[in-house]
Design a protein around this ligand. Structure first.
Ligand SMILES: [Zn+2]
Length: 477
């Protein structure tokens, strides 16, 4: 199903490596072999004399002994972006969730979740991952909070493997599960036997997505934590409520620390209500934090990026869900964050270059993949994004990092390489021969899903012409 891996030479690109030992190379060659970054060096025009010449008619672009040369003239190359929290299954809800009464995220999600069939999960995940490719995201953490049985998990895992991307699948409960009903811990324990390393292509690992003390009683979350830790699985959890009294300006993370629920193996998401004590607890316990600025600013509040970074907390970025008003336009997200942080704090902590690290190397650290991806470093896997720096919105430019964050767009992404496979080229996603386009498949499955839900009386779209705006009802969970 996947495009074939080829040995590649990116020739003469401006490289923002995100590796402190490599730094920026204004005119670099990046050699990729067998899916791995083999070498990064200043451009050598002698070794590859025709790298910048147009291909002769009837001939493939410059080909050097089996190495395909990608002419990097007028481009910037970055490590692939890393997303650390994304509910891929509700990608099918995009366009159904909206602003009109009855179309808020939670109403739609709860009405449609029971009507998902296995193929819907598969194509929802493929749609989200196709959009990730389009946006230069090469690693995705799939936080699945609608696992109704092992087959649902398997459909998501197959989609991830078929997409060519790297990532993690975190096993959650069914949507709207009762608070006293734990995740399927038996199946969680069986997951590695069903999906041994040989089937995962070195691109996927597993975790557990829990509701935690925010939404489940101690007898549930204590079992979930104990099982995850006995299996050596990382834990992820939304953190969007107060655990103490109303209005205490805290999301209760000090309480979680007292309960032994924080640590390097735990990722908390959002934490927009964290007070100073909470942030200190996160830093002390080396707990990871995934911020989703676009959905947080829509429904929860401002992401506390500056405060968390200043306290030394390990932070990463995430999309959360395509059902809310968001997309895989990471540069657009970074531009929003840099402006919001400047307005909110007046601090210079959050610079364009710091944000690019947040979206790459820091995301890799969050997922424990810092030796695999997140920077253009010899020995790491080849996850790369190549952008055209000669496009109108990037010209003229000074520091390429500033240019990308201040004026870059998803349209500037020319090429995306994931694990050595070219998944986007000349601005278009690359499909393997005979592979159906996930975009068309997902659209058809969304339509069928809505018809089934309507037939069951569970979902009625708002009347045409009803444009009354309705506020979103709360954060994602
Ligand atoms: Zn979420």
């Amino acid at each position: 199903m996947l495009p074939k891996r080829t040995d590649l030479l990116i020739s003469g690109t401006y490289l923002i490596s995100m590796d402190p030992d490599v730094g920026d190379l204004p005119c670099a060659d990046v050699l990729i072999g067998d899916g791995r970054i083999v070498d990064v060096r200043p451009h050598d025009p002698v070794a590859h004399p025709d790298a910048h010449q147009p291909a002769a008619p009837g001939r493939r672009p410059a080909d050097h002994g089996g190495v395909t040369v990608i002419d990097g003239t007028g481009t910037v190359t970055l490590p692939g972006f890393v997303d650390t929290h994304w509910h891929l299954w509700n990608s099918l809800l995009r366009g159904t969730v909206g602003d009109r009464p009855g179309t808020d995220y939670f109403t739609v999600k709860r009405a449609l979740a029971p009507h998902f069939e296995l193929d819907d999960f598969y194509w929802a995940a493929r749609l989200g991952l196709a959009e990730a490719v389009s946006g230069g995201i090469t690693t995705v953490h799939n936080f699945d909070h609608n696992v109704r049985g092992p087959e649902d998990a398997d459909a998501n895992i197959r989609a991830h493997l078929d997409s060519g991307l790297r990532g993690r699948f975190s096993y959650g409960p069914p949507d709207s599960a009762a608070p006293d009903s734990p995740n399927d811990l038996d199946d969680l324990a069986a997951l590695r036997a069903r999906w041994p390393a040989a089937r995962l292509d070195g691109r996927l690992d597993f975790g557990i997505a829990v509701r935690g003390p925010y939404r489940t009683p101690p007898e549930v979350y204590e079992r979930e934590w104990a099982t995850a830790r006995s299996l050596g699985l990382p834990i992820t959890m939304h953190c969007d409520r107060c655990l103490r009294e109303e209005g205490c300006r805290s999301c209760g993370l000090t309480r979680l620390e007292e309960l032994g629920l924080l640590g390097e193996d735990v990722q908390v998401i959002h934490a927009v209500h964290a007070g100073e004590q909470d942030i200190r607890a996160l830093a002390r316990t080396r707990t990871r934090v995934s911020l989703s600025p676009m959905t947080e600013m829509r429904t929860m509040g401002f992401p506390l990026l500056t405060e968390l970074l200043d306290a030394g907390v390990r932070v990463s970025l995430s999309l959360d869900t395509l059902a809310m008003p968001t997309s895989a336009d990471i540069l657009g997200h970074l531009r929003a964050i840099v402006s919001v942080e400047a307005a909110r704090t007046g601090s210079a902590t959050v610079t364009p270059r710091r944000l690019l690290r947040l979206a790459t190397l820091d995301g890799a650290h969050d997922l424990g993949l810092q030796d695999v991806t997140g920077s253009v470093t010899p020995g790491k896997r080849a996850d790369l994004v190549i952008l055209r720096s000669t496009d109108i919105n990037l010209t003229p430019s000074g520091d390429p990092a500033e240019a990308l964050v201040y004026t870059g767009q998803i349209d500037n992404i020319d090429t995306v390489i994931a694990d050595g496979r070219v998944l986007k080229r000349h601005g278009r996603r690359v499909l393997a021969d005979g592979e159906p386009d996930p975009v068309a498949m997902a659209a058809a499955h969304r339509d069928a899903l809505l018809r089934r839900a309507a037939a069951a009386g569970d979902w009625r779209p708002p009347a045409a012409g009803d444009t009354t705006a309705a506020r979103e009802t709360g954060p994602d969970r």
